[in-house]
Ligand binder design. Structure first.
Ligand code: PRP
Length: 217
């Protein structure tokens, strides 16, 4: 190995983890340590200058912002929810889904003058969206299974991620409005991009090439 600085990369655990591993493998960036991970959280590769950590989505941003991690792979949904400092350098074009407003079929969500209640795991995204369209709503923060909100009568509608649409369908909910598309992104710490310019540049180039290759198919 040449005398390169170590680059630490945080991957989001769960849904986009495998997509991230696939793109690194295809881009010829060794992440073999991640394949048999057990309960380990940090993965150093003796033959490369790259090490990986696996953390929750919001923590990816926190680690990158604080510079203990140089690069993060995280969904645009999380980036939109948490207003932090980092460079968003690449759209990785996987983990594609969307933010939408959804609620019960046959409901008159856009009618009437009563202030509607919105259940969501993404209060900032929801607040910003309804502010943009000029609708005054009450936001209720939920930690998961947001679809239950309207079903149990906690809320009139939800703002949530829709991927296949199956969760909405199986719970008798429909999309009222699409908000925006979401995909996995690469983010970089503001100081690291200068301090580790060469190492990070090489990783970005390899991953960008792989993204472009996939798009061309
Ligand atoms: C997400 C999201 C929806 C579901 C959408 O939840 O909040 O519930 O996935 O996916 P679909 O359109 O493919 O059905 P997640 O699985 O992350 O679990 P959670 O609700 O417990 O956070």
């Amino acid at each position: 190995m040449e005398n390169k600085q170590t680059v630490r990369i945080a991957l989001t655990k769960g849904r986009i983890e495998q997509g991230a591993i696939d793109i690194f493998k295809a881009a010829d960036i060794d992440c073999s340590e991640l394949l048999n991970k057990g309960r380990k959280l940090i993965f150093e590769n003796k033959c490369s200058n790259i090490e990986f950590v696996l953390v929750k989505a919001a923590d990816v941003i926190t680690y990158v912002e604080h510079g203990v991690v140089d690069i993060g792979i995280v969904g645009k949904d999380t980036l939109m929810e948490y207003n932090k400092s980092f460079y968003e350098v690449l759209d990785l074009k996987f983990g594609c889904c969307k933010f939408a407003v959804a609620g019960p079929k046959n409901s008159n969500f856009y009618e009437g003058y009563n202030r509607k209640k919105i259940a969501t795991k993404y209060p900032n995204v929801a607040r910003n969206y309804f502010r943009t369209i000029g609708q005054d709503v009450e936001i209720i923060k939920i930690e998961g299974s947001v679809e239950l909100g309207p079903i149990l009568g906690l809320a009139d509608a939800i703002v949530d991620i829709v991927e296949t649409g199956n969760t909405l369908k199986e719970n008798g909910l429909v999309i009222y409005e699409d908000i925006c598309s979401i995909s996995a992104r690469m983010i970089v710490n503001i100081a690291s991009i200068k301090m580790k310019k060469e190492e990070i540049g090489e990783i970005m180039l390899k991953v960008q090439r792989e993204v472009s290759k996939r798009e061309a198919v």
